[in-house]
Design a protein around this ligand. Structure first.
Ligand SMILES: [Zn+2]
Length: 74
């Protein structure tokens, strides 16, 4: 894929969860968004586990800030 000089790749939603949790998050502004070392990442909608209620609400209200999979540098 060629993203050219796009500044954001926001459509690439990344789902992530703690290794010891079954709850997936995809909004970086979620209060329970997992950070740290033991993070599992997925680029496609996971077919198992649970989806965070807070992330779901944020997505529905347009308040979801998602990390792009690729780090974008200015
Ligand atoms: Zn969440």
């Amino acid at each position: 894929m060629d993203f050219g000089d796009n500044k954001e790749v926001a459509f690439m939603v990344v789902y992530r969860r703690k290794e010891d949790s079954q709850t997936w998050h995809w909004c970086s502004n979620c209060s329970q968004y997992p950070t740290g070392q033991d993070i599992i990442k997925r680029q496609s909608r996971p077919e198992y586990g649970e989806f965070c209620n807070e992330c779901t609400v944020k997505e529905q209200t347009g308040d979801c800030k998602s990390d792009s999979f690729f780090s974008v540098r200015k």
